[in-house]
Design a protein around this ligand. Sequence first.
Ligand code: FAD
Length: 385
Amino acid sequence: MDFELSDDHAMIAATATRIADDRLRPLADRLDRGEGRPELLENLKLLAENGFMGLNVGAEYGGTEAGATGFALTVQELAQACASTAVTVSVTNMVGEVIQAVGSEDQKRTYLPKLCDGTYPSGAFCLTESGAGSDPAGMKLAARMDGNEWVLNGSKLYITSAEYAGLFIVWAVTDPDAAKGRGISCFLVEADNPGIVIGKAERKMGQTGSATNEVHFEDCRIPASAVMGAVDDGFRIAVGELAGGRIGIAALALGIGRAAMDAAKLHMLEREQFGKKLADMQGLQWMLADRETDLEAARLLLMQAAWLKDQGRPFAKEASMAKLFSSEAAQRATYTALQIHGGAGYIRDYPLERYARDARITTIYEGTSEIQRLIIARETLKAVA
Ligand SMILES: Cc1cc2nc3c(=O)[nH]c(=O)nc-3n(C[C@H](O)[C@H](O)[C@H](O)COP(=O)(O)OP(=O)(O)OC[C@H]3O[C@@H](n4cnc5c(N)ncnc54)[C@H](O)[C@@H]3O)c2cc1C
């Protein structure tokens, strides 16, 4: 067993940390206040130029081939500085992974280089609908063949990065008569398609620097070749790729929790009350010890899931465990760190309240904690059946 990072992975993490410190952290507060979109787009471009948008994509398509481990390290480092940027990077990498995994050679050659080099500022992953969240197989967005083209009609909800995405992966019903989850296909749609209408921008509790929108498909015409994988096999693709995405969200949550507790440690060493440092108060030391243990457990679960994926071994259960534990640990870490800061934790001059708001969504998107528990139980029981 080897707990050390390889030289390549250590270098990827160090580069991500440098960009996070130099470019993401100084912008995070402005993004949170709804400003700085042009700088966000510049940072996304810079991240692409440094290989962070195709971390698990083959070099022949412009990717970095850093694997799931490189992806997990990157998202964690970026999230310590700016969760809104980190989620955009996470989703864009997920889009790249789907194309790499199930796209045709032609699709890979057409789309992956533009995703990896930042020609597309980001990708978007369009699964959720108003009536289909935890149960995406209940989706209604329809795709029907008309001559040589698919025509998409319907709406997706809560789509990350939709406002600036250049490429959308869209799941739609191709056979409404098929058994649930069977007649769904996966499509690639470019943002300049006139049939895509970016709808309402959601007002959110956290990660406010990243856009989350409704996306409407109004007689959206795409060529027959825009389908990825086999027709009617899209739901299986979504389920498989969501497992990989959960590694990204586990890393994101860990990064936010880590940032919060790092701030709490510094505060404990500086702040004095009752004539002594907060760091000398045993009640606070115990809070620190519990959260540090939490975050270390989250890190180990995350690295295990990423390692399994990189080995080509089954990793769905471990990715769900990592996502469940890390996202819940991030809630505890951000609230503890806020508490350790006292009143300052609640004041916007400090990032603690932002960390708490940014962490909150991580137990919800890419499958809620309840859905992760269902997956973990199902996989566990399957192994003994
Ligand atoms: C900021 C943000 C960004 C997002 N980005 C994207 C994106 O880019 N692409 C995308 O496709 N989607 C995205 N989503 C959607 C997100 O993945 C869903 O919101 C999430 O999966 C939950 O679905 P829901 O909101 O419909 O909740 P529901 O499914 O209605 O769930 C409501 C509650 O019921 C629980 N529940 C549901 N079913 C069960 C069950 N069987 N057993 C026990 N409990 C259950 C849930 O855990 C939850 O607590 C995003 C959402 C947000 C808020």
